[in-house]
Design a protein around this ligand. Structure first.
Ligand SMILES: [Zn+2]
Length: 404
């Protein structure tokens, strides 16, 4: 999304630029980006594949009541600020023990949607009597997988730890995104400018962690224009909901380029669920970038597991599939001491992957461009046409880990 450079009139503030159009589709054909001559095959059952994918991506396997913030959260948010943080973590951890285990999606790894994409492709190839074919690779320049580092900054003291974490990321050749609540504490905008100049990016983490945004239609329609205006004023293209409370249909209406409020699987959030996706997808016109490694807060404060071992195992699994490793850590929890050294050890491991290291905004742009590209064959040679096609690579399905 091209942002206006100068924000000198209130008209600019009130009218964020429109997002580039995309198909907004998450069907089998759009996911794999197959040659155009496939499109005409009625046996692809493409519309049905969109519906099946939506079952996972929009968390439709949950009842409507579980696809929105739980009502009991209202009582919690009324007293939250009066409970000391250690007590709060203990209470949250106890609440999770009481919640009982859901069998789906499995944590920390759930392959249901990957299995669906694979079996849809296989049966489509059988219908077409094809042994192999081409598709547009999932990532630019033939990279094997994608790594995206994101953070939510929960407090002013977390804000003070940003630069130290950023230095470590830079040391291993990474840049990351920092999501800031826009009305919770005083943001150091000079630091934001310094980090932007070094290639880091910033996103909106709602206004504050008060549980209001997705609580009711009235709250949503009251707060959303304020968030959008502030985000636009501070040149933030991305959004992550505070405490990842969410309603898919409402987020899809927000004026952001991309959202990161969903996970692939996370039974430990106040609103448990997961999209089962290790790839970006479309949430209406927004690109959704689900976080795919467990949050530091979950591992440290709720399930009391050492982060590094679990992060490493899952990151390797995602790499082996060719998906998107998207981390969500907080300087508040991982910005110093032992947990910072764990995070550094993760970065060291990730730096050995043959991956596209990208900012969330870059992945969103790529996913839109890939969506608009077409693939056709000129003789035996695959030809990709469309915006950004110069960095796209056609790959044989037989060499794609997810297809096999
Ligand atoms: Zn947060």
């Amino acid at each position: 999304m091209a942002l206006v450079a100068s924000l000198d009139t209130s008209e600019h503030l009130l009218a964020p630029p429109p997002r580039p159009t995309t198909s907004g589709r998450n069907d089998g054909f759009s996911f794999w980006k197959l040659p155009e001559d496939w499109r005409a095959s009625p046996e692809l059952l493409n519309d049905q594949s969109e519906e099946s994918a939506r079952h996972f991506l929009y968390e439709e396997y949950l009842s409507a009541e579980h696809r929105q913030p739980p009502p009991r959260m209202n009582a919690y948010y009324r007293v939250k600020d009066f409970i000391p943080p250690t007590m709060r973590h203990w209470l949250n951890s106890a609440a999770i023990q009481l919640r009982g285990k859901r069998s789906f999606p499995h944590w920390p790894v759930e392959s249901a949607l990957l299995d669906f994409w694979r079996s849809w492709l296989r049966s489509s190839m059988e219908f077409r009597r094809a042994n192999d074919d081409w598709h547009i690779g999932f990532w630019p320049s033939g990279k094997k997988c994608c790594i995206v580092l994101t953070h939510d900054v929960e407090s002013a003291s977390g804000m003070k730890r940003i630069e130290r974490m950023a230095d470590i990321e830079e040391k291993y050749g990474f840049r990351s995104a920092w999501n800031l609540p826009l009305a919770q504490y005083r943001v150091d905008w000079n630091m934001v400018d310094r980090l932007r100049a070094r290639g880091f990016e910033f996103g909106a983490h709602g206004l504050s962690h008060d549980g209001r945004l997705f609580r009711s239609a009235t709250d949503f329609s009251e707060l959303t224009p304020i968030i959008e205006r502030l985000a636009h004023m501070h040149q933030m293209q991305g959004f992550r909901s505070p405490s990842t409370l969410r309603r898919a249909e409402w987020i899809a209406m927000m004026n952001f380029d991309f959202d990161c409020s969903f996970s692939d699987t996370d039974p430990y959030e106040p609103q448990p669920g997961g999209t089962c996706s290790l790839f970006p997808f479309f949430l209406g016109d927004l690109v959704e970038l689900p976080y795919t490694l467990p949050q530091d807060h979950t591992l440290i404060n709720l399930v009391h597991r050492d982060p590094l071992a679990l992060w490493s195992t899952k990151a390797q699994w995602i790499e082996s599939i060719g998906g998107m490793i998207l981390t969500l850590t907080h300087p508040d929890y991982s910005g110093s001491g032992y947990y910072l050294s764990q995070y550094e050890a993760l970065l060291k491991r990730l730096s050995g992957f043959q991956a596209w290291r990208a900012l969330p905004s870059e992945v969103a742009t790529w996913w839109r461009e890939r969506d608009r590209m077409t693939l056709s064959l000129s003789g035996d040679t695959p030809v990709i046409v469309g915006p950004g096609a110069e960095r796209a690579v056609a790959r044989r399905l037989s060499t794609e880990p997810l297809a096999n």
